[in-house]
Design a protein around this ligand. Structure first.
Ligand SMILES: [Zn+2]
Ligand SMILES: [Zn+2]
Length: 111
Protein backbone atom coordinates (compact mmCIF):
# COMPACT_ATOMS: atom_id res chain seq x y z
CA UNK A 1 0.00 0.00 0.00
CA UNK A 2 3.00 2.28 0.43
CA UNK A 3 3.33 2.42 -3.33
CA UNK A 4 -0.33 3.41 -3.74
CA UNK A 5 -0.13 6.32 -1.32
CA UNK A 6 2.50 8.06 -3.39
CA UNK A 7 0.55 7.47 -6.60
CA UNK A 8 -1.99 9.89 -8.01
CA UNK A 9 -5.06 9.15 -10.13
CA UNK A 10 -4.45 9.22 -13.85
CA UNK A 11 -7.47 11.47 -14.40
CA UNK A 12 -7.33 13.48 -11.16
CA UNK A 13 -3.80 14.67 -10.42
CA UNK A 14 -4.80 15.99 -7.00
CA UNK A 15 -6.40 12.77 -5.78
CA UNK A 16 -4.53 9.87 -4.28
CA UNK A 17 -4.84 6.60 -6.13
CA UNK A 18 -6.67 3.81 -4.29
CA UNK A 19 -6.22 1.02 -6.80
CA UNK A 20 -4.21 -0.03 -9.78
CA UNK A 21 -5.95 -1.29 -12.90
CA UNK A 22 -4.74 -4.82 -13.72
CA UNK A 23 -5.44 -4.24 -17.42
CA UNK A 24 -3.48 -1.07 -18.15
CA UNK A 25 -1.37 -0.86 -14.98
CA UNK A 26 -2.39 2.76 -14.33
CA UNK A 27 -3.37 4.12 -10.93
CA UNK A 28 -6.85 5.48 -10.29
CA UNK A 29 -8.89 7.10 -7.56
CA UNK A 30 -12.03 5.60 -6.06
CA UNK A 31 -14.21 7.42 -8.57
CA UNK A 32 -12.35 6.28 -11.66
CA UNK A 33 -12.23 2.59 -10.84
CA UNK A 34 -15.07 0.06 -10.78
CA UNK A 35 -15.48 -3.56 -9.82
CA UNK A 36 -15.94 -6.03 -12.64
CA UNK A 37 -15.80 -9.83 -12.44
CA UNK A 38 -14.38 -9.73 -8.88
CA UNK A 39 -11.55 -7.37 -9.75
CA UNK A 40 -11.13 -3.62 -9.84
CA UNK A 41 -10.70 -2.18 -13.28
CA UNK A 42 -10.65 1.37 -14.68
CA UNK A 43 -13.57 2.73 -16.69
CA UNK A 44 -11.65 2.74 -19.98
CA UNK A 45 -10.59 -0.89 -19.58
CA UNK A 46 -14.09 -1.89 -18.44
CA UNK A 47 -15.50 -0.48 -21.66
CA UNK A 48 -12.86 -2.27 -23.71
CA UNK A 49 -13.45 -5.58 -21.93
CA UNK A 50 -17.23 -5.24 -22.38
CA UNK A 51 -16.83 -4.55 -26.11
CA UNK A 52 -14.47 -7.52 -26.50
CA UNK A 53 -16.91 -9.78 -24.69
CA UNK A 54 -19.90 -8.87 -26.85
CA UNK A 55 -17.80 -9.11 -30.02
CA UNK A 56 -16.53 -12.51 -28.88
CA UNK A 57 -20.04 -13.70 -28.17
CA UNK A 58 -21.33 -12.40 -31.48
CA UNK A 59 -18.56 -14.12 -33.43
CA UNK A 60 -18.71 -17.54 -31.77
CA UNK A 61 -22.33 -17.67 -30.60
CA UNK A 62 -23.96 -19.10 -33.75
CA UNK A 63 -21.03 -21.44 -34.42
CA UNK A 64 -21.17 -22.82 -30.87
CA UNK A 65 -24.91 -23.34 -31.22
CA UNK A 66 -24.42 -25.27 -34.47
CA UNK A 67 -21.67 -27.39 -32.91
CA UNK A 68 -23.86 -28.10 -29.87
CA UNK A 69 -26.81 -29.07 -32.06
CA UNK A 70 -24.59 -31.28 -34.22
CA UNK A 71 -23.07 -32.90 -31.15
CA UNK A 72 -26.52 -33.56 -29.74
CA UNK A 73 -27.64 -35.17 -32.99
CA UNK A 74 -24.48 -37.29 -33.09
CA UNK A 75 -25.03 -38.48 -29.51
CA UNK A 76 -28.66 -39.32 -30.32
CA UNK A 77 -27.62 -41.15 -33.48
CA UNK A 78 -24.96 -43.17 -31.65
CA UNK A 79 -27.45 -43.98 -28.89
CA UNK A 80 -30.08 -45.30 -31.28
CA UNK A 81 -27.44 -47.08 -33.37
CA UNK A 82 -26.21 -49.01 -30.30
CA UNK A 83 -29.80 -49.65 -29.22
CA UNK A 84 -30.58 -51.03 -32.69
CA UNK A 85 -27.52 -53.27 -32.63
CA UNK A 86 -28.53 -54.63 -29.21
CA UNK A 87 -32.04 -55.37 -30.44
CA UNK A 88 -30.65 -57.14 -33.52
CA UNK A 89 -28.29 -59.21 -31.37
CA UNK A 90 -31.13 -60.51 -29.19
CA UNK A 91 -31.78 -64.12 -30.34
CA UNK A 92 -35.14 -64.64 -32.08
CA UNK A 93 -36.03 -67.40 -29.58
CA UNK A 94 -36.35 -64.69 -26.94
CA UNK A 95 -39.28 -63.16 -28.82
CA UNK A 96 -40.88 -66.57 -29.24
CA UNK A 97 -40.95 -67.02 -25.51
CA UNK A 98 -38.63 -70.01 -25.21
CA UNK A 99 -35.64 -68.40 -23.50
CA UNK A 100 -37.48 -66.88 -20.57
CA UNK A 101 -39.63 -70.02 -20.30
CA UNK A 102 -36.49 -72.15 -20.00
CA UNK A 103 -35.06 -69.82 -17.39
CA UNK A 104 -38.30 -69.92 -15.45
CA UNK A 105 -38.26 -73.73 -15.54
CA UNK A 106 -34.64 -73.73 -14.28
CA UNK A 107 -35.69 -71.50 -11.39
CA UNK A 108 -38.62 -73.70 -10.50
CA UNK A 109 -36.69 -76.98 -10.83
CA UNK A 110 -33.11 -76.41 -9.67
CA UNK A 111 -30.75 -79.13 -10.86
ZN1 LIG B 1 -7.27 0.15 -17.09
ZN1 LIG C 1 -9.82 9.74 -10.68
Amino acid sequence: MAVLVSQRCLHHALREAVARCPECGQFFCRECITEHDDRVICAACLQRVAVQKTAHRRRFGPLLRVVAAGGGLLVAWVFFFILGRLLVNIPPEYHEGTVWQRELEDLQNPP
